[in-house]
Write a protein that binds this ligand. Structure first.
Ligand code: A2P
Length: 260
């Protein structure tokens, strides 16, 4: 089988802010992935370009969906997103054939509460996982935290949570199980502050009514910038959680969200 990316059709595009947008593309029938994994996305070469520029993107749609959804940042001089942000319905997007990643349920040991810590577009893999019935079959509580600078940047996540309540597949399962905590760092909001500060101060646990994290009960997935991941991972280790992988599952897993 060829290793070349497949050519997919853009089905929809939605812009949230001048920095954020979502798009959906067709899904080849041979394309299988586990919720939380990422793929390489690119655009057909333009004149003068030797190779297509491909970048890692978490699939935001659940593994059972017909379309593939992605949530992206726009960077004016970004090698890919400067062009990608201009795509329209009917355009062609390149999709790699092999999804990979560690933000998957199988990389964690069984537990009671699953924390998903995200900043910015780092919410994308969790958009997939919170629409997967398997997540609710494995955990009693799922806590999705999303921290951004400004309120407009929370829209994608808010919309997702609203829709999920009426979802025919997981709507009933999320009831009382899924907690969505949004925090802002540069605008007034019911909860302000970086997630790392809220973990350190205990404010997070007071807000959601749970005990501080413990290795025997709590599991975590972290997705954001490199600094955010490093800082949050350090805190997980202080609670006694160990970093897991596909080959050696443990108590928390990390993945960097793509920028550029
Ligand atoms: P802050 O506004 O204090 O920098 P960005 O848009 O730069 O990717 O940031 C997204 C969110 O992640 C912002 O709210 C930002 O807070 C927060 N953030 C940035 N660095 C860290 C970090 N090292 N630990 C936790 N949160 C972070």
């Amino acid at each position: 089988m060829s290793n070349l990316p497949t050519e997919e059709t853009v089905l929809s595009v939605e812009h949230y802010t001048d920095r954020l947008f979502k798009f959906t593309i067709s899904r080849p029938s041979s394309f299988r992935f586990r919720s939380g994994e990422f793929v390489m996305i690119g655009l057909p070469k333009i004149e003068g370009q030797k190779k297509s520029i491909m970048r890692a993107y978490s699939v935001a749609s659940p593994s059972w969906a017909d379309e593939l959804e992605f949530y992206s940042i726009k960077v004016a001089d970004g090698p890919l997103t400067s062009r990608l942000q201009k795509i329209k319905k009917g355009d062609t997007v390149l999709l790699s054939r092999k999804p990979v990643g560690t933000l998957v349920l199988d990389a964690l040991l069984p537990g009671k509460n699953l924390y998903m810590f995200s900043t910015g577009t780092g919410i994308a893999p969790f958009a997939s996982l919170i629409r997967d019935p398997d997540t609710y079959e494995r955990y009693e509580r799922v806590i999705l935290t999303h921290t951004c600078r400004q309120k407009a940047e929370l829209s994608y996540g808010m919309q997702l949570i609203e829709k999920i309540k009426n979802d025919p597949l997981v709507g009933d399962m999320v009831n009382g199980k899924l907690l969505h905590l949004t925090t802002l760092t540069r605008e007034e909001h019911p909860v302000n502050g970086r997630i790392t500060d809220l973990i350190k101060s205990g404010g997070l646990f007071r807000e959601i009514g749970l005990h501080e994290m413990r290795a025997d009960k709590d599991r975590a997935m972290i997705c954001g910038s490199k600094d955010m991941i490093d800082d949050t991972a350090k805190l997980m280790k202080q609670f006694g959680l160990r970093e897991g992988s596909n080959s050696i599952p443990a108590e928390f897993v990390i993945e960097k969200s793509f920028v550029g």
